[in-house]
Structure formats: C-alpha cells, structure tokens
Write a protein of this length. Structure first.
Length: 268
C-alpha cells in the first residue's frame, strides 16, 4: 500500500562522503585571477578537511595550473612546488596588480595592494625593492606617464607613491578633458558657423630645480604677502587648464573649482 521511491540511497555512508573538488583552472592572467584562485583553493581544502595539510593543498593547486601558469610552476624549485605556503607567496609575488591610470580610486587601491604585497613577502621596509616590483605593473596610459618620470622618482617608492597620488587625484582622472559647447544664436538670426570645439585638459605646474630632489608644484595657496609658493602637499597643488592642441604660447586658466590663488594673488 506504500509507494516505493527509487534513486534514494539508504546507505548512511553516502551522507558523510566528502565533497568532490570543484573544477578550478588558473592560467596566470593577472593579480585578480591569482587572488580569486588562492581563495578558491583555500575554500576547497577546508571543504575536504585538508586546510592544515600544506602538501595536499599545494598538490591540489598544482593540478589546476594551465597555459602560462603551468609553465611558470614547472620552473619553480621542488620545495616551493610542494608547499602551499611557499607556493602562495610565490604566486602573489609573480602575479602583481596592474595600474592603468583610470583615476584616483584606482590609484589609491593600487598603492594599497602594493603595500599588502610587500608585507606578504616581508619587504615593507625595502623602498628600492618595492619600486622595482612596481615597475612592471604600469600599463596603458599609466605606463606612458611612468616612463616620463625622473629615474630618481622611478627608483624610490616613497616618491613614486606620492607622484601617483598627485597625478591621479581622488574624484578625477589622470587627464581630465573639458569640452566647451558654443551658445546657439537666436532663432530669428541666421546661425553663424559653429566655432571649432575646444578641448581643455587639466594639469599642474611642476618646478624642476637641481637644488631640490623631490618634485615641487605651484601651490594654489599664496603666502602671507600674496606671493606664489611651491608645495609638495597634494591637497595644495594648483590645477590649471590648457589647450593641448595648440602649438603656440597660451595662457593657462585656473578653473572655477580651484580659485584660491586667483582670489588672493596680488600683482606686484
């Protein structure tokens, strides 16, 4: 009188059967893929009760390497290949974060990630090591900007870090463009030909001096006498607008949102 159900196992051993490892693959594309893969491996080791087994976790991770990551793993020494702790550190050192120069938020996140990577390998106090580590992290527009820097800035992480945050301020892009659209003529009058579209970019006035090793910029805050001064403070640097397409001499404009100097400057 009772219905029988098929396909349901009555063997209690099946209920305690460990979960099958999830299919993972690591190609070694970039830092983001690396960090996600490390987290996935750690979760899988925990799921099968192997979170304390350093060798098992390393072997499991090795089975997931493909393409360029597999070739890189094959060149490691045996001690690193067989230890998840050592392999994980080697991966974080190899697959470093990339910086494209998209804006201030990316710049702050990039600096934070570099600090974390240096801390992971015990190099947080090694200024030159961090600068060398960062050198291959710049891509796209950020790479073009990086190669234009003085060698003294490129080889000094403290100065390079300040230069990054100065070039890419919070809330803005490294190169901000502003488009001026002409006001249309009244409908009753024939419309004159529209003037060419003016594209302005923002920048900072950098002062180069053999007597100063650090980069200095014109400050938007004058001194007590009303004279222009130099500063290293990111929040005090004056921003100006210019036309990058012009080949002739031109007047630099102080934007409305950065008018401290314009309001206080005294002509002498």
């Amino acid at each position: 009188m009772f219905s029988s159900f098929r396909g349901i196992s009555k063997d209690p051993r099946n209920a305690l059967k460990p979960a099958e490892p999830e299919p993972l693959e690591f190609r070694g594309r970039d830092a983001e893929e690396c960090e996600k893969f490390i987290n996935a491996v750690s979760r899988q080791a925990l799921a099968v009760g192997k979170q304390r087994d350093d060798r098992w976790t390393a072997d499991f991770a090795a089975s997931c390497f493909t393409h360029g990551a597999l070739r890189w793993w094959d060149g490691l020494d045996e001690q690193t290949q067989c230890s998840w702790k050592l392999l994980r550190k080697a991966m974080l050192a190899r697959y470093r974060p990339l910086f494209h120069g998209r804006g201030g938020e990316e710049a702050e996140e990039f600096v934070h990630m570099i600090h974390e990577r240096a801390l992971d390998v015990g190099k947080q106090q090694d200024n030159e090591w961090i600068a060398a580590f960062v050198a291959s992290s710049f891509v796209g527009d950020a790479l073009r900007w990086y190669v234009s820097l003085d060698p003294g800035v490129q080889n000094d992480w403290k100065r390079l870090r300040q230069a990054i945050l100065t070039q890419y301020p919070r809330g803005g892009a490294g190169i901000a463009s502003f488009i001026t659209i002409p006001t249309p003529a009244p409908a009753a009058l024939p419309a004159p030909p529209a003037p060419p579209m003016v594209i302005r970019q923002r920048g900072r006035i950098r002062v180069v001096s053999a007597a100063r090793s650090n980069p200095y910029y014109v400050s938007k805050i004058p001194d007590g006498a009303g004279f222009v001064i130099l500063t290293e403070n990111i929040s005090e640097i004056l921003q100006v607008e210019y036309n990058p397409s012009s080949r002739d001499k031109q007047t630099l404009h102080i934007p409305n949102d950065d008018n401290s100097l314009r309001n206080k400057f005294k002509e002498r």
